[in-house]
Design a protein. Structure first.
Length: 173
């Protein structure tokens, strides 16, 4: 082999090795530089994560559980679950109140638990204290969204055995 052939062979090897190194190193370098160019968020949210809690046997928790599950069953527009809504009523309402509520619904053409024809976007449940041997809970339902909302307050009366005995738009107090 003459010196020209040896020099060309070395040059080719060097070029092949350089090409392989570039093929491996270049994407790694671009990825690293891309990561370095992405800036971290300027501020970190100081808002604590939301949580919901309850206590077994607590009237407010029981009413909140009922309304949350009932609204979920009725509000799934793709697949509302009428059977679940009916079962929730049987579980949480006294039989006597369920009958009165059915009569109210027939007279008013609306859902008696929600006192509306549609499902609220938000709800809030607040303790309102003892009323005789029962307990009253205020359920605030918000219908609509954005600048077009309407709120209604319902006063839910719960007997001492944790069954709903009445839902009214005025307080029993």
């Amino acid at each position: 082999m003459n010196s020209n052939t040896t020099a060309r062979t070395r040059l080719r090897r060097t070029a092949v090795i350089a090409g392989l190194v570039a093929a491996v190193a270049l994407p790694l370098g671009l990825t690293a530089s891309a990561r370095a160019s992405v800036s971290a968020p300027a501020t970190v949210s100081a808002v604590a994560p939301r949580s919901v809690s309850g206590t077994v046997g607590e009237t407010v928790t029981r009413v909140a559980d009922f309304y949350g599950a009932y609204i979920d069953a009725k509000g799934d527009y793709e697949d509302p679950d009428a059977t679940l809504a009916a079962n929730l009523r049987r579980h949480y309402l006294t039989p006597e109140f369920a009958q009165r509520l059915a009569a109210w619904e027939e007279d008013n053409g609306a859902d008696g638990v929600l006192r509306a024809q549609n499902v609220p976007a938000r709800w809030k449940v607040t303790d309102n204290g003892a009323v005789g041997n029962s307990h009253e809970v205020v359920v605030t339902l918000t219908f609509g969204s954005g600048g077009s909302t309407q709120k209604i307050k319902l006063f839910v009366l719960v007997e001492r055995y944790d069954h709903i005995v009445d839902i009214e738009t005025t307080s029993a107090r």
